[in-house]
Design a binder for this molecule. Structure first.
Ligand code: HEC
Length: 209
């Protein structure tokens, strides 16, 4: 019995149960270890450091994966698809692109893809880049969210295969005269023809019914 007395109410001085007391001491010890580990010696990682470490290891894994991935395609080396790939590209083109470029690539809202005139150059790599990144402010969206790099290479190969074909209703040329240089990239622009740079007349730009 403790010796204070509050208006006749007395308090018993019970000993704490040992399991509770030792449990409490244990938490104090753990707190010290924690403090030393995380704040004094800095051995443990706090959540931010752990997050950064995980991101870093994921980045390394991704790099390794990409380095070993033969399917990796970017605009620096787009392979020309084989016949099956071009066919797959054609199917995707008809479903997604024909509204603006027409099935035969003759052009409608989007430019004619069969002629020698390109707004954004006409190598396979350039076409791949155009499809992947798009020119959203000009009405050509980026398709990288919808198609994988491989699929975009099929699309680009199909577009490339359209070159020189005779569409039913070709849209007038837009952009600059462009020829492939020997290295197959877009560095070289050929001499412009006298009539190059002619942009579609306004009445040919509208959507066809
Ligand atoms: C909503 C209409 C629209 C759709 C759909 C569309 N395009 Fe285009 N595309 C355009 C327009 C408009 C341009 C011209 C952009 C500019 O003026 O820079 C263009 C430009 C291009 C060019 C560059 C032509 C050049 O002269 O350099 C390529 C290649 C192309 N589109 C391929 C595609 C492919 C492949 C698809 C389907 C995956 C597609 N487009 C779907 C409207 C469209």
């Amino acid at each position: 019995m403790l010796d204070h007395n509050y208006d006749g109410i007395r308090e018993l001085d019970n000993a704490l149960p040992p399991w509770w007391k030792y449990g409490f001491y244990f938490t104090i010890v753990v707190a010290f270890i924690y403090l030393l580990n995380f704040h004094v010696m800095g051995l443990g990682k706090n959540p931010t450091e752990e997050y950064n470490a995980e991101m870093e290891s994921a980045r390394i894994q991704k790099e390794r994966f990409e380095a070993s991935n033969k399917d990796k395609i970017d605009e620096n080396k787009v392979p020309m698809a084989d016949a099956a790939g071009i066919k797959a590209g054609q199917a995707m083109f008809e479903a997604n692109c024909a509204a603006c470029h027409l099935k035969d690539g003759g052009g409608n809202v989007g430019p004619n893809l069969t002629d020698d005139y390109w707004l954004h150059k006409g190598s396979l790599n350039d076409i791949f880049h155009t499809i992947k990144a798009g020119y959203p402010d000009k009405g050509m969206q980026s398709w990288s969210g919808k198609f994988s790099p491989k699929e975009i290479s099929y699309l680009a190969s199909f577009v490339k295969s359209l070159h020189g074909t005779k569409p039913a209703a070709p849209k007038p040329q837009q952009g600059e005269f462009w020829v492939e240089n020997l290295a197959g990239d877009s560095a070289a622009l050929a001499k412009p023809k006298p009539d190059s740079g002619v942009v579609a007349k306004p009445d040919s730009v509208g959507i066809k019914k």
